[in-house]
Write a protein that binds this ligand. Sequence first.
Ligand code: TYD
Length: 191
Amino acid sequence: MFIVFEGIDGTGKSTQARRLADHFRSQGREVVLSREPTDGPWGTLLRNSAQTGRLSPEEELETFLKDRRQHVEELISPALAAGKVVILDRYYFSTMAYQGLRGFDTAQIRRDNEAFAPVPDLLLILDLDVDTALTRIGARGDTANEFEQRSNLASCRETFLSLRNEPFARVIDTNASPDEVSAAILSALPL
Ligand code: TYD
């Protein structure tokens, strides 16, 4: 089973991804919990670029794709082939949202990714209004970096919500307590 969490910063993706991993492990399932950008060389370069100055749009898009290709080849595909549950905190829908914002066509980004990256069985779109998201980012002690400006977050939220009618997508309202969000996620799981 392949489950992906998406949503703007502040929606609680990493907390909920961890909780879902714990849920499957408590059922005796083997789980691989991972994230993008990854902790590999390309992902590290991308994370650093959020602080030190972004790459050009073309370089940035290309680097996200290199990071993802490596992730798919070395971790995602082998784990799925071994029957493990794979849970990701961000995937190519984030490329649609964030690099779409830098001028690339979102439908084209999706095609380029789906040419090599497996489509998840379940896409959990964690949704939150931008003001609350910004408050939470502040409360977390981060300063809004360039990835996190208000209008950017609003546009990314729209891109994620545009996927809501995909058969594999579920929108989860995260304007609730962490426990309520976890319960909503569990009830969105395929039986
Ligand atoms: P994020 O997981 O939010 O980092 P952190 O754990 O430091 O909060 O990811 C960093 C940023 O990368 C995030 O703002 C969105 C961006 N991003 C893209 O622009 N394109 C992508 O394809 C992915 C996966 C992430």
